[in-house]
Design a protein around this ligand. Structure first.
Ligand SMILES: CC(=O)SCCNC(=O)CCNC(=O)[C@H](O)C(C)(C)COP(=O)(O)OP(=O)(O)OC[C@H]1O[C@@H](n2cnc3c(N)ncnc32)[C@H](O)[C@@H]1OP(=O)(O)O
Ligand SMILES: O=C(O)CCC(=O)C(=O)O
Ligand SMILES: [Zn+2]
Length: 442
C-alpha cells in the first residue's frame, strides 16, 4: 500500500519513489519521450543554412563529433546535389561510425539509383503533398506520388537498406491524402514515415494530434522534421514524441533553411527534464558545447546569448532574490543542472540588483570575515555604486576589501566615517564590466 505525501513523492513501506512531474502523462500511453532517437541533419538540412559551406574535412569532423555524442542517425545531403556531395557521402559511409548514415533524396528513381550506390545505411525520400508544392514545386498529383513512392521504396528495400518516406509540407496537406499515402507505404514495408512541418506553421497541439492519428494508422516508426519559423520547433518535437513519434530530426544550433529546425542542444534541454535517466545514459551531454562551437565556427555565427545550455548567461543568476535562493539550493531557480552538460553556474553579484546574501558569499570567497550587519552595510555601498555605473568584479572586490580594512582597523574606520566613504578609493578598471561574475561553485 502506498501513501501520497506530496504532489511528487510517493512512499511505500519498502521504498520511496520520486515521480517526475515533467515526464510523459499517463494518458500518452504511446509516448516515446523515454525512448526516442535522434536523426541529426546538420550535414543535410544544416547545409541548407544560408551561411553553410562544409568541405569534406569539416563534414567528417562534424560527423565524428555527432557520432561521439551519440546521435542514432546522421543524414547527409543528396548525392545528386553535386559531384562532391556524392563523394562526401561515400567518404562518411566509409568512416565506420556507430550512427547509421542516411542520405536524403527526391521521390525519383534517378536519385534513388545514385543513393543506394553510396554505401549509406538508409535513404530518406521526400515529396511535397500540399497543394502549394504539388502545384508549384513538382507539379504531380497524389496518384503519381503514390506510384513513384512505391517504386522508390521497393527499389531501395531490394538493396537491403532502410527506407523512410516523408510527405513534405505535411501540415498544409490534406489529411485524407496523408492517411492514404502513409497507409500505402506502410503496407509495402517502409521502415519509417516522416512528417515535415516544412514552413514551421504547426503548433504543438496540431503536431500531437497528427502524430496520434497516424500512430493508429501505420505500424512503422514515425519521424518528425519541424521548422522553427514560428518558434515552436522544440515544443513541437516534444509533443511529437508524446503523441508516439519515435525519431526527431535535429541540427546543431538548429541551423537549416531560413531559421532552421529543432536544435540538438535545445531538444536535449527539454528531454533531460522529461526523461533524465534515458537522456543521460544515451547521449554525451557534456559534448554539446564543443559540437556547437565546431558548427558555429564552421558557419560563422555566434552562439545566441539565450541558447539553451550554452548561451553565455544560461546558468547565470543575477537578482538578489534569485542569488540568495540559488546559494541555498540551486533547484530553486534552475530546472537544468549545469554539471550535466559540463557547464558552470554563475552568480552575477556586481550590479545594483544584488543583495547581501550574494555579497556575503563573495566575502566568504575572498576569505574575509564580516558580520551580517557589516555585509549589509557593504552591500549598500555596492548598490550605491551600481546606481552610478555598471560594475565589474574588481569594483566589488575593492569595495569589499576597503570596507573590510576599515572595519578591522578601527583607526581607519573612524577616519573613514569622519570623512564619509570615498569612492575614489575604488579601483576603477579600464576594462569593460565583466559579463560573468565569478562562479559561486568555484
Ligand atoms: C524541404 C527540403 O528541404 S527538401 C530537400 C531540399 N534539398 C535539396 O534541394 C538538395 C539540393 N538540391 C539540388 O542540388 C538541386 O535542387 C537538385 C540537384 C536536387 C535538382 O536540381 P535541378 O534538376 O537543377 O532542379 P531544380 O533544383 O531547379 O528544381 C527541382 C526539381 O526537382 C523536382 N522536385 C522537387 N521536389 C521533388 C520531389 N520531392 N520528388 C521528385 N521531384 C521533385 C522539381 O519538380 C524540379 O524538377 P524540374 O526539373 O521538373 O523543374
Ligand atoms: O525529408 C523530410 O522529412 C523533410 C524535408 C525538409 O527538409 C522539410 O520538409 O523541411
Ligand atoms: Zn527542412
Amino acid at each position: 500500500m502506498s501513501e501520497t505525501t506530496s504532489n511528487n513523492t510517493t512512499t511505500s513501506n519498502t521504498e520511496t519513489v520520486k515521480k517526475n512531474p515533467y515526464a510523459s502523462h499517463a494518458a500518452d500511453f504511446l509516448s516515446n519521450v523515454n525512448n526516442f532517437q535522434l536523426i541529426d541533419s546538420t550535414l543535410r538540412e544544416g547545409e541548407q543554412f544560408a551561411n553553410a559551406f562544409f568541405d569534406t574535412e569539416k563534414k567528417i569532423e562534424i560527423a565524428k563529433a555527432l557520432d561521439d555524442f551519440g546521435v542514432d542517425y546522421i543524414e547527409l545531403t543528396s548525392p545528386v546535389a553535386s559531384e562532391q556531395s556524392r563523394k562526401d557521402c561515400e567518404a562518411i559511409c566509409k568512416l565506420g561510425l556507430k550512427a547509421k548514415i542516411l542520405t536524403h533524396i527526391r521521390c525519383h528513381m534517378d536519385d534513388a539509383r545514385v543513393a543506394v550506390e553510396t554505401g549509406v545505411d538508409g535513404v530518406d525520400v521526400v515529396i511535397g503533398t500540399s497543394k502549394f508544392l504539388r502545384q508549384y514545386s513538382h507539379g504531380k498529383d497524389m496518384n503519381y506520388i503514390a506510384k513513384s513512392a512505391v517504386e522508390v521504396i521497393e527499389f531501395v528495400k531490394s538493396k537491403g537498406i532502410e527506407i523512410r518516406f516523408s510527405s513534405e509540407d505535411s501540415f498544409r496537406s490534406d489529411l485524407v491524402d496523408l492517411l492514404n499515402i502513409y497507409k500505402t507505404v506502410d503496407k509495402i514495408g517502409v521502415n519509417r514515415i516522416g512528417i515535415a512541418d516544412t514552413v514551421g506553421c504547426a503548433n504543438p497541439r496540431q503536431v500531437y494530434e497528427l502524430v496520434r492519428t497516424l500512430r493508429s494508422v501505420v505500424s512503422c516508426d514515425i519521424e518528425c522534421h519541424l521548422h522553427n519559423d514560428t518558434g515552436c520547433a522544440i515544443a513541437n518535437a516534444y509533443c511529437a514524441l508524446e503523441g508516439g513519434a519515435k525519431l526527431i530530426d535535429v541540427c546543431v544550433l538548429g541551423i537549416g533553411e531560413r531559421n532552421g529546425i529543432t536544435p540538438l542542444g535545445g531538444l536535449m534541454a527539454r528531454m533531460i527534464v522529461a526523461a533524465p535517466e534515458y537522456v543521460k545514459s544515451k547521449y554525451k551531454l557534456h559534448k554539446i558545447r564543443d559540437i556547437e562551437n565546431l558548427v558555429s565556427e564552421a558557419v560563422e555565427v555566434n552562439i545566441p546569448f539565450n541558447n539553451p545550455i550554452t548561451g553565455f548567461c544560461a546558468f547565470t543568476h543575477k537578482a538578489g532574490i534569485h542569488a540568495k535562493a540559488i546559494l541555498a539550493n540551486p533547484s530553486t531557480y534552475e530546472i537544468l543542472d549545469p554539471q550535466d552538460f559540463g557547464m558552470k553556474r554563475y552568480i552575477h553579484f556586481a550590479n545594483r540588483l544584488t543583495g547581501w546574501n550574494a555579497i556575503k558569499s563573495r566575502v566568504d570567497q575572498l576569505n574575509l570575515s564580516l558580520t551580517d550587519d557589516q555585509v549589509k552595510e557593504v552591500t549598500a555601498k555596492i548598490k550605491k555604486m551600481g546606481d552610478i555605473r555598471p560594475l565589474n568584479i574588481d569594483d566589488v572586490d575593492s569595495i569589499i576589501k576597503d570596507f573590510h580594512q576599515e572595519v578591522t582597523t578601527p583607526m581607519l574606520r573612524g577616519k573613514a566615517l569622519a570623512t564619509s566613504p570615498s569612492q575614489s578609493s575604488l579601483k576603477l578598471d579600464s576594462e569593460p564590466p565583466a559579463k560573468k561574475a565569478k562562479t559561486s561553485s568555484d
